[in-house]
Design a protein around this ligand. Sequence first.
Ligand code: SF4
Length: 446
Amino acid sequence: MNTSKRKIKDAPKVGMVSLGCPKALVDSERIMTALRSEGYQFSNTHEGADIVIVNTCGFLDSAKEESLGAIGDALDENGRVIVTGCMGAEPDQITEKYPKVLAVTGPHQYEQVLEAVHDALPPVHDPFVDLVPEEGLKLTPRHYAYLKISEGCNNRCTFCIIPALRGDLASRPIHHVMYEAEKLVNAGVKELLVISQDTSAYGVDLKYAEYPWHNKKRKTKFYDLCEALGELGTWNRLHYVYPYPHVDDVIPLMAEGKILPYLDIPFQHGSPAVLKKMRRPGNQIKTAGRIQKWREICPDLTIRSTFIVGFPGETEEDFEMLLDWLDEAQIERAGCFKYEPVEGAQSNAIEGHVPEEVKEERWHRFMEKQQEISAAILQKKIGKTLPVIVDEIESDALVCRSQGDAPEIDGNVYCNVVEGIKEGDIINAKIVDADDYDLWGSVSNS
Ligand code: SF4
């Protein structure tokens, strides 16, 4: 069979109406180029298309009239219409007159137009001719992938310039995230690593908008996302979760095995005075008690965090409070950074910058304390049988990770090589040894 003929026959067809100035024309061309690269075909008639995009112009009243007329024609002759362009900046003008349009996006919003087309008319992947695999190009090994759920951040931590660089929180609607997650799973991904700047704030900016996925309405919200991911059968790992009160709600999903019993919470400090100077979100003062409650619900929970020592104004007393906090919370994994001024950060202006040698000394004391805690926790795992995922096969060892280990940042479980086991397999390992950060396991071939 001639594959290119088959593709043209099966490919979804888009009709394009481009109105207005040359800038709008270039926008239309970019939309068409992106759609063509995804395998869409174009139709010269509304009747021959599966969907019609109308790129509108709103410069003059006469141009608006023309745009509204073009939308009306497309609705009459096709019925499935997406509107973009200058008139999309005021969507009410369109939706009041034509409530049946599928989506309205503003000028230069290529991504949103493409997402609206994907929702209404998913692309058909053709493995014979498409240059890009359906799940996109990935830099990670085949069996795990990062799933970005939002961009930007609404917080204003004084040491951070991310909001200035990337703007306020902009969440991806839940069905778009799940569509990507499902494509990754179909391509063989076994572990999804959820990332963003502030994962537990997911959806606040969209007012938790609801969209259908797998015949059920889901909110663009942290809990609903965790619940939906739990239906994929993958290992789902949550990164950058701030301890807002609603984080408590997902702990039962961890106990049920739907989400990995793993929380990456960047606590940054244990002293209320330093946290205040950092302007950190979430009330961390009572967090140690909350961690204890989470562990009662989900005893296998692993908590990973990062901390900053030597923040401007940090006193010896503040630092000791941090060490006490570590003793009390007994978190499994902790990274520590010495504070460094970043150009443009508000923390540069805070009084009491800590001398480098004091930062260095505190960093060593922190690492020593955490090393002790980690070693004691890992010793208790000896004798247990844990599910582990195989990351790499070396000549003398399987390099694996337990549910408590994220790739690149946490430890490993090194196991004996067993014939037939492949990268990405999830196997059971009996833990036989431990050091400060890693485990050793024994795998049998049954
Ligand atoms: S929450 Fe994270 S990304 Fe947002 S301002 Fe604070 S450190 Fe930066």
